[in-house]
Design a protein around this ligand. Structure first.
Ligand SMILES: NC(=O)c1ccc[n+]([C@@H]2O[C@H](COP(=O)([O-])OP(=O)(O)OC[C@H]3O[C@@H](n4cnc5c(N)ncnc54)[C@H](OP(=O)(O)O)[C@@H]3O)[C@@H](O)[C@H]2O)c1
Length: 199
């Protein structure tokens, strides 16, 4: 048996993976408005795609879990994502869109598939990119060890909000390896990269 593997009741091998959330949030924890992002911060978005979600050891990939509505605006312009396999959350889709590896009916199912062979042999980290339901479900998962937030220092009209999370369980790191600690500015908008770590 591979190091770190767990045998569960049915004698299936499960390889636990770090599961991490990524979101950009306004001062009032808003994340979306009318199906889109309320701001335009292309460098912030590119930073996460280039420096966070695509980073894996040679020969490994990361799994991206995306809710259907969050995924759709990016389906044509952004995919395929470098070094990533995409799992799409939907209870209604009956076919798998281009560049999507699999469609799942729940976050738990998406994680389960990625933590069992053969996929577990390829996957290093699971990144959950939203929306609300997947964020809320993921932060309760015992393997969820980090929440990466871009704290945008502005208020926007929003109809979608990042779920509350327990700040005794996830604590803001003063500094985090590889994450710029200085305040960023783009299009006159200031923001900071924050990492909350499970204690
Ligand atoms: N600022 C940020 O970092 C950020 C990140 C993500 C999203 N957003 C914004 O948030 C908004 C979209 O988020 P949202 O929460 O409304 O929608 P969403 O979660 O992206 O998409 C909702 C749809 O995804 C599927 N789904 C979601 N969770 C599921 C689950 N646990 N199991 C199975 N299917 C699931 C369902 O699809 P079916 O209807 O097909 O069943 C559901 O109707 C947009 O405005 C977007 O721009 C912002």
């Amino acid at each position: 048996m591979k190091t770190g593997s767990i045998m569960c009741e049915a004698e299936e091998r499960v390889d636990p993976k770090p599961i991490r959330l990524v979101a950009a949030v306004s001062r009032s924890m808003g994340i979306g408005h009318k199906g889109s992002l309320p701001w335009s911060l292309p460098n912030e978005f590119k930073y996460f795609i280039d420096k966070i979600t695509s980073v894996a050891e040679p020969g490994k990939k990361n799994l991206i879990i995306w809710g259907r509505k969050s995924f759709e605006p990016f389906a044509e312009s952004l995919l395929p994502l470098p070094n990533c396999i995409v799992a799409l959350l939907s209870r209604t889709l009956s076919s798998v869109p281009e560049h999507v590896y699999y469609v799942c009916r729940s976050v738990r199912d998406a994680i389960k598939k990625a933590s069992k062979p053969p996929l577990s042999e390829e996957i290093e980290t699971i990144w959950v990119l939203g929306g609300v339901e997947s964020f809320a479900e993921t932060m309760k998962h015992p393997w969820c060890d980090q929440i990466h937030i871009t704290a945008i220092m502005e208020d926007y009209e929003c109809d979608t909000f990042f779920p509350e999370f327990d700040r005794d369980i996830f604590k803001l790191a003063k500094e985090f390896p590889g994450i710029p600690s200085e305040i960023q500015e783009e299009n006159g908008i200031k923001y900071a990269f924050q990492v909350y770590q499970r204690t």
